[in-house]
Design a protein around this ligand. Sequence first.
Ligand code: DHB
Ligand code: FE
Length: 291
Amino acid sequence: MAKLVGAVTTSHVPSIGIAMDKGITQDDYWKPLFDGYLPAKEFVKELAPDVTIVVYNDHGLEVFLDRVPTFGIGAAAGYESGDEGWGPRPIPPFLGHPDLSWHLIEQLVAREFDMTMFQEMKVDHGFTVPMSVAFGGPAGEVDEWPTKVVPLTVNTIQFPLPQPARCLKLGQAIRKAVEAYPEDLRIMVLGTGGMSHQLQGERAGFMQPPFDRMFLDKFAPEPEELAKIPLGDYMKSAGHEGAELIMWLVARGALNDAREVYRHYHVSASLTAAGLGCYVDAESPHAAFAA
Ligand code: DHB
Ligand code: FE
């Protein structure tokens, strides 16, 4: 049977990808952010997932405002980095796991999550930056991805967005679906986006460390408290795009009695408060990772 071995959550700011691709991660501006990623890379190596379910939002690369699925899953054999205006990222293509994708689609639809199916798709910074952060070397370098992937999209772009509580429940359904997969696979969930940031309007540049710290503190032990916060309050407290934190709740829902094994928080990466967390279930052999 497949096993959900852990979760990593991280911001997906495009400039973090650009810093890796340009080899400037050791510059004064970027070094503190990238140094803080090193323990997470060790943790991911220990987890050694065969497949990573990447929960992200497409920012207008694959779907635009005229057609936005609330929740979607990729079911392709592979995925490439798309061109968001500054060229595709110079990274290897990602290998998919179509059989697991179709299993997840069937299971999630049976559990009343009506997923849109993407039989081909390109992935944007929301997907590629967290993959480089989690699986790349110290400067993000990758020859070949050590995990297959299943992209799972959440609409955080076009109103109405799914509710935080619904996202937590989606994660719980993913857990059940994974555990019903007959092959022995190690599966990690990578939740992306956030933390506080707003890129547009009068409050462009808005960041709110006290809200982010509260979110990080409650994330493992009290996710239901976070799921109760209305979406509008996420936007007021964490900035309009801070609502991307609902994708962290999907990752959290995939764990049961979660333990935080590592956390990194850095203000700022461009105009975003950058956060990262590593989590396992209490009974996991990796629960002592941080000790
Ligand atoms: C930026 C874009 C994002 O999608 C995000 O989550 C954070 C920052 C940006 O363009 O700076
Ligand atoms: Fe984003």
